[in-house]
Design a protein around this ligand. Structure first.
Ligand SMILES: Cc1cc2nc3c(=O)[nH]c(=O)nc-3n(C[C@H](O)[C@H](O)[C@H](O)COP(=O)(O)OP(=O)(O)OC[C@H]3O[C@@H](n4cnc5c(N)ncnc54)[C@H](O)[C@@H]3O)c2cc1C
Length: 408
């Protein structure tokens, strides 16, 4: 049977790899290259992700994928430190001592925050899906902890949509990110970057006889005589990895709208280190970017021969006009960077960068099979309440297992 996989991101590639031995698989990807949100660009001698990426110690499905692709030995573990930029400087917030020294919160507020962090992993998330993160934090930790600590974090992650986000998202996020030692969180990154995972998947699929068509957006589909017609070609089954409501817009079955947000990342190659050794710096003050992510304060600088940072911002709808110029001008002024210290810049924009985990999101998560179609992606259950590479690997494997179980 001929199966069409819509989308050549991580989820589509994983599903296709699992199925190529049994079926005639064809991946249709709108972009000229594979990878979706995990795509990369070439810079001189190295590849770099369009959007900052790292994996976490409990990403077990992702590790199994690396094993299968023969890449496990290339995964390196580093410490990811965090900080906050305020009043013109970076406040490191990684170690207990640094947090104790942080002036914006009182000792009691810090103790309450520490307690929530310790408990986060054991909190039942189901009822929190209906509660707003803002209300939850203000109720439990007070207005000041929200304003000084959580609001900048939510703003950097969700922009204007931050007050709609559920407490389930926030608590799960705290739980994931609280596995940290004295030097910070343990985060993984492969030697050569995540593009190696995409390349290895592509090679496996092609070697097994699967077909991959990049630069091929799906613009129309319809059901005819028990089969699906996609872009005018007939398939026995379709696995869609794009948001179900986007599929509905091009002829797929009706689906509830899952709110998505966009992301802009401006990668910058630099002459020198900028964030006092900290990997992830949240901007407490309003800026055209919510975080500065210093890639080479995480992955070794010698891999690249220069410092690399990302300025990251999330948006709803369309990115702000002139976003690259505004980000760069603000960054140069705020961090005192001279034009000659900038080697290059690379802007990446993705309008479907991830679901916004608004209240009630859980009830709208689509099943893997609905209306005779297969669905899997960032909107699937393993990506709730935080989308990740791990979640998309699981969703891709799960949907492939559904297809195999039906033997279609
Ligand atoms: C800024 C940012 C930072 C991130 N950081 C991390 C991180 O540090 N750690 C982590 O684990 N995860 C991170 N993620 C999440 C991770 O990248 C995603 O969860 C994962 O890559 C999603 O894969 P996917 O295949 O489900 O979706 P996508 O990557 O969105 O793939 C969908 C594919 O469908 C294609 N497509 C869309 N419409 C059509 C159409 N009409 N026709 C054909 N093709 C179409 C798209 O081009 C895309 O390639 C990050 C994501 C972003 C945006």
């Amino acid at each position: 049977m001929r199966i069409c996989v819509i989308g050549g991101g991580l989820c589509g590639l994983v599903a296709a790899e699992r199925l190529t031995a049994r079926f005639d698989i064809e991946i249709l990807e709108r972009n000229p290259v594979l990878g979706g949100c995990l795509g990369s660009f070439r810079k001189q001698e190295y590849m770099l992700e369009n959007f900052y990426h790292h994996c976490f110690p409990n990403d077990t499905a992702f590790f199994s994928l690396l094993d299968m692709l023969g890449l496990s030995a290339d995964l390196r573990w580093f410490h990811g430190s965090t900080g906050s930029f305020e009043n013109g400087k970076v406040f490191p917030l990684t170690t207990a001592r640094e947090i104790l020294r942080y002036p914006a919160l009182s000792l009691v507020e810090k103790a309450r925050l520490a307690l929530l962090t310790l408990r986060a992993g054991s909190i039942d998330l189901a009822p929190l899906d209906q509660v707003s993160a803002t209300e939850y934090i203000i109720d439990r930790l007070g207005d000041r902890v929200y304003r000084e600590f959580f609001e900048p974090l939510l703003r950097s992650k969700f922009g204007d949509a931050r007050t709609d986000v559920s407490a389930a998202w926030l608590i799960s996020r705290i739980a994931i990110r609280s596995h940290r030692g004295a030097a910070g969180e343990k985060l993984g990154y492969p030697n050569g970057g995540f593009q190696r995972v995409i390349d290895a998947l592509e090679k496996k699929i092609r070697t097994a006889g699967g077909s991959i068509r990049t630069g091929t957006p799906v613009t129309g589909m319809r059901r005819t005589n028990g089969t699906w017609e996609v872009n005018g070609e007939s398939y026995g089954a379709v696995i869609s990895t794009i948001p179900p409501h986007m599929l509905a817009a091009i002829g797929g079955p009706p689906a509830p709208v899952i709110p998505y947000q966009g992301a802009c990342c401006l990668a910058i190659g630099l002459e020198r280190e900028i964030t006092d050794g900290v990997y992830w710096v949240n901007m407490k003050e309003a800026a055209p970017y919510g975080a500065v992510i210093a890639h080479t304060n995480f992955a070794p600088r010698q891999w690249y021969g220069e410092d690399i940072i990302y300025l990251a911002s999330y948006f709803t709808g369309c990115p702000a006009p002139d976003v690259e110029r505004r980000m760069l001008a603000d960054f140069r002024e705020r961090f005192h960077v001279q034009p000659g210290e900038i080697h290059w810049t690379h802007l990446s924009t993705e309008c479907l960068a991830g679901p916004v985990y608004v209240r009630g999101y859980r009830d709208n998560i689509p099943a893997y099979r609905e209306n005779g179609l297969y669905f899997a992606g960032m909107f699937s259950r393993p990506n709730y309440p935080e989308r990740s590479m791990e979640g998309s690997v699981r969703a891709g494997s799960d949907v492939a297992a559904e297809v195999l179980a039906r033997g279609e």
